[in-house]
Design a protein around this ligand. Structure first.
Ligand SMILES: [Fe+2]
Length: 296
């Protein structure tokens, strides 16, 4: 079937810029083609979409069930004033925590499938989003390290990663947590090597939420996970940082890529919108939640 959109690969092991398509009104046949290109490239960048929130949610829903419809990632408060860096409130701590490499929702029972992410307002300097190809990273490991990681698992927790970023994730007076992703359930345990459910490729699953590899002592686990992250992100061919323009939308495969935010001049406004695609419980469930999923 001829496609009416253009695919311009990014100069990396993954990623492509797609032009000639308006996602808000894309037809089913073209969307099916885009899904294939997405699985191939892992990250698709669509300039000039200028999604309304409702359009973005509707588009994301066409890709499958959502983990959540829409979350604002922004230093602009609801009242329109700027969140100050020196206030260092919990939202700022979450924004800063996101500057560590990670995959979304590995700290939840079901890891996310992906995300639709768009830019409404962007700063003139900084605020790029980095992506790292964990399929290429796994493939580049030496045989001994491949054999080692194949046997290992790690716990994934947002309490852990935010605490490391200086965020005390205590409960509020009413017993609830302030923010998405903090929970009291078992800490999800995930293999370090995951087989992508749609491409069959092996992926290295690490990132800032990963910690306490069973069988290693804490320091050794920490050191090894950091070494793996440094290795994965250390080759520029596996990394791409997107410099946003207003109206850009991206679609990334969270089963393949790590990502991170980067700092910007916080006196400038940055408003981004994130819709999170739910992972398939059959392939994205944590090891220690499998029984519950089977019963449900
Ligand atoms: Fe994220």
């Amino acid at each position: 079937m001829p496609t009416n959109f253009a695919v311009q690969p990014i100069d990396a092991t993954f990623g492509a810029v797609i032009t000639g398509v308006k996602l808000a009104t894309v037809d089913d046949a073209t969307l099916a083609e885009l899904r294939k290109v997405w699985l191939q490239y892992g990250l698709l960048v669509f300039p000039g979409q200028f999604f309304s929130n409702a359009e973005q949610i509707a588009f994301a829903k066409r890709l499958g069930p959502l983990e959540f419809e829409m979350s604002a990632l922004s230093n602009v408060k609801e009242d329109g004033t700027l969140r100050l860096e020196k206030d260092n409130d919990d939202r700022m701590k979450v924004l800063k925590g996101n500057m560590g490499w990670h995959m979304d929702s590995t700290y939840m029972p079901v890891q996310a499938k992906g995300a639709v992410f768009s830019a409404e307002e962007v700063p003139t300097i900084g605020g790029h989003t980095g992506f790292c190809d964990m399929r290429a990273a796994y493939a580049a490991l030496d045989d001994a390290t491949k054999a080692k990681v194949e046997k290992l698992q790690a716990y994934h927790s947002l309490h852990y990663s935010q605490a490391k970023a200086g965020h005390d994730t205590k409960k509020k007076a009413d017993g609830s947590y302030n923010g998405y992703g903090f929970h009291d359930g078992p800490v999800p345990l995930r293999p370090l090597v995951k087989v992508h459910p749609e491409t069959g490729e092996k992926i290295l699953v690490i990132g800032r939420h990963a910690h306490n590899i069973p069988g290693l002592d804490k320091d050794e686990s920490e050191r090894f996970l950091q070494e793996l992250t440094d290795f994965a992100t250390g080759d520029p061919r596996r990394v791409y940082h997107h410099d946003w323009r207003p109206g850009d939308a991206v679609l990334w495969d969270n089963r393949r890529l790590m990502h991170r935010a980067t700092p910007w001049d916080y006196t400038q406004r940055r408003i981004m919108w994130h819709s999170r695609l739910a992972g398939d419980p059959r392939s994205e469930i944590a090891l220690n939640y499998e029984k519950e999923a089977a019963v449900a």
